[in-house]
Design a protein around this ligand. Structure first.
Ligand code: 4NP
Length: 151
């Protein structure tokens, strides 16, 4: 079983979309996909309605997901930890206990644009088109991740 964790700040906009997208591209007999936020603002809440709406538009239901905060023990459980931006990277990195744990943490857009550490911008304060862009970026990145994991 390979276990993949998607991480953003609030776990209500970007990482639930990434979780739903990657899960939809992988066989759930072989892979576990989860998501978490570095912040505690939205623990227990469903994804932002704009993330739910853009997912629904493309045939994905993420409405049942619940936000949780990233925790140190996630390093024991997950093989790969994908972050959305530099700030997520720094926050997760600060909790890594050794080089092996740190090596699990990757920028998700590096799967599409290697070594650039590009961000999936936070769409929280913007309009609906931001969520459409977020969806498209994550769909592209998750397609690459899924192909790599399956091969
Ligand atoms: P996310 O977006 O990190 O993609 O879930 C955000 C959600 C909430 C907040 C910031 C970003 N917030 O400040 O409450």
């Amino acid at each position: 079983m390979t276990k993949i964790l998607m991480v953003c700040l609030g776990n209500i906009c970007r990482s639930p979309l990434a979780e739903g997208l990657l899960r939809s591209k992988l066989d759930d007999d072989k892979f576990v996909v989860d998501s978490a936020g570095t912040a505690n603002y939205h623990i227990g809440k469903a994804p932002d309605e704009r993330s739910v709406a853009v997912a629904k538009k493309y045939g994905l239901d993420i409405s049942h997901l619940k936000a949780r905060q990233f925790k140190v023990s996630d390093f024991n459980v997950f093989d790969l930890i994908y972050v959305m931006d530099e700030s997520n990277y720094e926050n997760v990195k600060a909790l890594a206990r050794d080089e092996k744990e740190l090596a699990k943490v990757k920028f998700i857009l590096n799967e599409v644009y290697p070594n650039q550490n590009q961000a999936v911008p936070d769409p929280y304060y913007g309009g609906d088109d931001g969520f459409e862009q977020t969806y498209n970026m994550l769909n592209k990145a998750c397609a690459v991740v899924a192909e790599k994991l399956k091969s």
